[in-house]
Write a protein that binds this ligand. Structure first.
Ligand SMILES: Nc1nc2c(c(=O)[nH]1)N[C@H]1C(S)=C(S)[C@@H](COP(=O)(O)O)O[C@H]1N2
Ligand SMILES: [Mo]
Length: 517
């Protein structure tokens, strides 16, 4: 099959359309880096796509939020954009000015979307407008060249042929692509915001805690391959809807507490660090975590109990929920009770002895023992609206997730790894178990169809943290299936009923198949 000749004739225009769009997109990103970092056209469109994605797409959500899949989303947008750009090139070739109208229209669309984002500012539409205008103008100029009737020079008698024009336009397209790439690299190098806030973070000194939590030595069994009881920040899972990590300067950060309160409160960074700080250890887990999944971690958190802040605002009797809001528009609905009872729900400023990493919510986030992250752990938090469950809802609730998210009893096998080759003889099976803010009383392990055997539990740090467990195993040659189930401090046994993550957390037993040789 060969393409119709008329299509081939459009090819230089398609290339020109794509090249002009690469240049426009690069200029848009550069403009964003210079004047409105949150309004990068790619980030704005990607962010809107994440927010608008229908409920069925939320089965992909676990990955969609993860870092790798954010890159995939951006690549997807880029590919789609280039396809549209090519079509616009052909259109401009055949029916000018419709191609440039399409390109300028894309820019205008980006500009409109950028103004709807939670973190929109006055300059937000600028990067998209520059991108659209750049692509339209350059595309129109390149393609107009292609459309010019071949000139015949009488003077030297050498007719200039169409091929020369095409080669010229292709060369100019190459220049446009390189300029666009250069602008894009420039935007990365320039992302001044990120570097500036990183520098502010590095220079920060955290206040010392008035109260700390001790981690007993016996909390970590020190088994090779078993998750350490405290997760290093660099290995801590990251889940959020933010395509670009929000850049929040502590110097300008404020927390507004309002809604059903007697006294509206506005807190600044200096106010927050002047309050008595508590250092706690708590496990944070994502509702999207599959059975056996890795969207869980445990850290030392430094911060101020949220109840101390709420006590100043004095919630009224009708209030039963706090809708916490991030600078990027994300919201979480937490039961008021979970923030005011005796648990250590924190407005956290420190993680594992350092200021929060930027991607974990710098400068201030929430950490609430016992609740999944999506209903409690708001990063880059800027607002606490005291309200009611029948009046407001968090980000994920209209997207198919439960309005409340207490963490379910779960356990996971870390050792041996799935598919591992184990040497026959003395081996060990080990993992972690959690029932956040309730506590774990035991873990049982079943090998093939054998009896459930009690595992040894490490010392628990508190009911708010996961606990390591292990069981010695005399491994015999062959293939074996290993399962585990936890027993809660409330007496219940982890259910074998399987449930998917949506709407309120996965259930079922973790299972690993190992071959012993
Ligand atoms: N601003 C903001 N905060 C957020 C989210 C988000 O999308 N945006 N996601 C929540 C979810 S679903 C989880 S599981 C935790 C994850 O926190 P981590 O990335 O520090 O592990 O953050 C919560 N806080
Ligand atoms: Mo989550």
């Amino acid at each position: 099959m060969t393409p119709a000749p008329s299509r081939l004739r459009d090819l230089p225009a398609v290339v020109a359309g794509i090249a002009a769009t690469v240049l426009g997109a690069g200029l848009g990103e550069l403009a964003a880096a210079l004047v409105a970092p949150a309004a990068s056209p790619f980030a704005v469109i990607g962010g809107a796509m994440i927010d608008l994605a229908p409920a069925w797409a939320k089965d992909l959500a676990i990955d969609l939020f993860g870092t790798g899949d954010k890159a995939a989303l951006l690549v997807g947008i880029a590919v789609l954009l280039l396809v549209v750009a090519g079509v616009a090139g052909a259109l401009e070739n055949r029916r000018p000015p419709w191609g440039r109208v399409v390109l300028a229209g894309l820019g205008a669309l980006g500009a409109v979307v950028s103004m709807t984002r939670a973190d929109a500012g006055l300059l937000s539409p600028v990067p998209s407008l520059i991108a659209g205008a750049g692509a339209a103008v350059v595309g129109a100029l390149l393609i107009a060249r292609l459309r010019r009737p071949p000139r015949r020079s009488v003077a030297d008698g050498a007719p200039s042929d169409e091929g020369v024009t095409r080669r010229g336009v292709l060369a100019l397209s190459g220049v446009a692509v390189m300029a666009g790439a250069l602008a894009a690299f420039g935007s990365v190098a320039l992302s001044g915001g990120a570097r500036a806030i990183s520098a502010v973070r590095s220079a920060l000194r955290l206040p010392s805690p008035a109260t700390t939590t001790t981690v007993p030595d016996a909390a970590d069994l020190g088994i090779d391959g078993l998750s350490p009881v405290i997760t290093p920040s660099a290995d801590f899972y990251r889940i959020d809807t933010a395509l670009v990590v929000p850049q929040v300067d502590p110097a300008t950060w404020t927390l507004r507490v309002h809604g059903l309160v007697e006294q509206e409160v506005v807190l600044r960074w200096d106010d927050l660090v002047a309050l008595p700080q508590k250092e706690t250890v708590a496990t944070l887990v994502c509702v999207s975590n599959e059975v056996g999944g890795s969207l869980i971690g445990t850290a030392r958190w430094l911060g101020v109990p949220i109840r101390d802040i709420l006590a100043r605002a004095k919630p009224t009797d009708e209030a039963d929920m706090v809708l916490s809001r991030s600078v990027d528009g994300f919201t979480a609905s937490s039961p008021l009770e979970a923030l005011t009872d005796d648990r250590d729900a924190l407005l956290a400023i420190g993680m594992n002895g350092e200021p929060l990493p930027l991607e974990h919510g710098f400068p201030v986030r929430m950490v609430v023992p016992g609740l999944y992250g999506y209903v409690s752990a708001t990063k880059w938090v800027s607002e606490l609206e005291v309200t009611r469950f029948d009046r407001a809802e968090g980000y994920w609730t209209p997207r198919g997730w439960s309005e409340r998210g207490p963490v379910k009893l779960q356990s996971r096998i870390d050792v041996p790894r799935a598919g591992a080759q184990v040497a026959a003889g003395d081996a060990v099976i080990a993992g972690v178990a959690w029932h956040n803010h309730v506590g774990v009383a035991g873990v049982e392990v079943q090998i093939d169809d054998g009896p459930w055997q009690p595992a040894t539990l490490a010392s628990a740090i508190s009911a708010d943290t996961w606990v390591q467990w292990s069981l010695p195993w005399d491994a015999t040659t062959g293939s074996h299936t290993v399962r585990c189930r936890a027993i809660s401090a409330d007496g219940s046994t982890q259910t074998s009923d399987t449930a998917p993550p949506a709407p309120d957390g996965a259930t079922g037993w973790d299972e690993t198949t190992v071959s012993v040789a």
